[in-house]
Design a protein around this ligand. Structure first.
Ligand code: ATP
Length: 337
């Protein structure tokens, strides 16, 4: 294993934002850190790229425990593991100087530096921007140049924080392809944080789901919070939206976070016989996307809800964007977090 974490915890003030008993990341794979906002993905990515230290616990890299007090060790490790930030900052110089910066610091001679800079710009499709002024670049171009800057240093591990979050669709597609190509060509270990389920389904080979700083087994898709109201009949319902409530059994919670397992939800063509074990919400299909072995349908029922069907499921072509449907939510799909 390239990384192993044992009892990794991180607190900011009194708040524990990361609490991971054990995790292990194999070399040569694309790992995804997935989870909702505030789940602790960036915090973990910063620890894995040795830019931040855990409050307690031990991180092993390549079989050795990392000493976060040792600046020498950290300096060495930061040369092997490079983070590309979600909002990379480039120097107000040329693209060439930016991409070559890490090499210059490492004492790489000018001619070799130029060759490596050109090669890495080529990898991200930005070769013709070599002499461009870095501050004139768009968000997507900046992201690609930052990626080239990391690649120029031939890292062993590339950490990407939300690589496609702040770029337009064209750059998103380009970045996906670039990450795939880099991995195929170099076998480099890549760790990426993302909210983007489509990107994760396409690229990621191993997933660590985080929820409230903990490793979560449940899919983080379809996580909603709502107020709990108890009716005169004594049945508690969690209100997820106007006319959208789910029966829940809980003692005295006034607020709950609920996840709906996208693989246990069902699309129906019309109203079904009511079943005490299920809820039925009418809606409309708003997105259809590829999710690896599955097809993801997003249904707008007043909330956007994802439904995953295996690609082999018969008659999936009867669903198209804009088509009305009824979403069946069996009780086994509902998890209280
Ligand atoms: N330097 C800090 N000081 C205090 N709290 C912090 C700090 N950095 C992160 N946090 C808190 O830690 C929690 C986890 O943050 P983190 O950025 O790791 O989450 P995330 O999963 O990456 O979220 P997002 O997807 O929104 O970027 C959040 O509640 C955040 O407010």
């Amino acid at each position: 294993m390239l990384f192993v974490g044992r009892h990794i915890r991180k607190t900011f003030g009194q708040r524990r934002v990361l609490d991971l008993e054990r995790f292990a990341l194999e070399p040569g794979r694309i790992h995804g850190l997935l989870g909702p906002n505030g789940a602790g993905k960036t915090t973990l990515l910063h620890i894995l790229s040795f830019l931040d230290r855990p409050t307690s616990g031990t991180l092993f890299y390549d079989g050795q425990p990392v000493d976060f007090q040792s600046q020498n060790q950290l300096r060495r490790l930061r040369r092997e593991v490079i983070l590309v930030d979600q909002h990379p900052i480039l120097f107000t110089t040329s693209v060439e100087a930016n991409v070559g910066y890490g090499l210059k610091v490492r004492g790489v001679p000018k001619t070799k530096r130029r060759r490596l800079v050109e090669q890495s710009l080529e990898l991200v499709g930005m070769r013709k921007f070599l002499q461009a002024r870095a501050w004139r670049l768009s968000g997507g171009e900046t992201q690609r140049v930052a990626l080239a800057r990391a690649l120029a240093c031939s890292p062993r591990v590339l950490c990407l924080d939300e690589p496609t979050a702040s770029v337009d669709v064209e750059h998103q597609i380009a970045l996906e392809r670039i990450v795939q190509d880099i991995h195929a060509e170099t076998g480099m270990t890549i760790i990426l944080c993302t909210h983007d389920q489509r990107l994760a389904a396409k690229l990621v080979q191993n997933t660590l789901y985080l929820f409230d700083g903990r490793a979560s087994r449940s899919l983080y898709e379809n996580v909603f919070s709502g107020q709990v109201l108890t009716g005169e009949d004594g049945v508690s319902q969690c209100q997820l939206g106007a006319n959208l409530s789910l029966p829940v059994s809980c003692d005295d919670a006034t607020h709950l976070k609920i996840s709906l397992n996208p693989k246990a939800l069902e699309l129906l063509e019309g109203a079904a016989e009511p079943h005490p074990d299920s809820r039925y919400w009418p809606g409309r299909i708003t997105q259809i996307s590829d999710a690896g072995k599955h097809i993801r349908f997003q249904v707008d029922v007043g909330l956007p809800i994802n439904v995953l069907y295996k690609k082999a499921t018969p008659e999936l072509d009867k669903w198209w964007i804009g088509r009305e449907t009824v979403l069946r939510i069996p009780s086994r799909a509902v998890h209280i977090l």
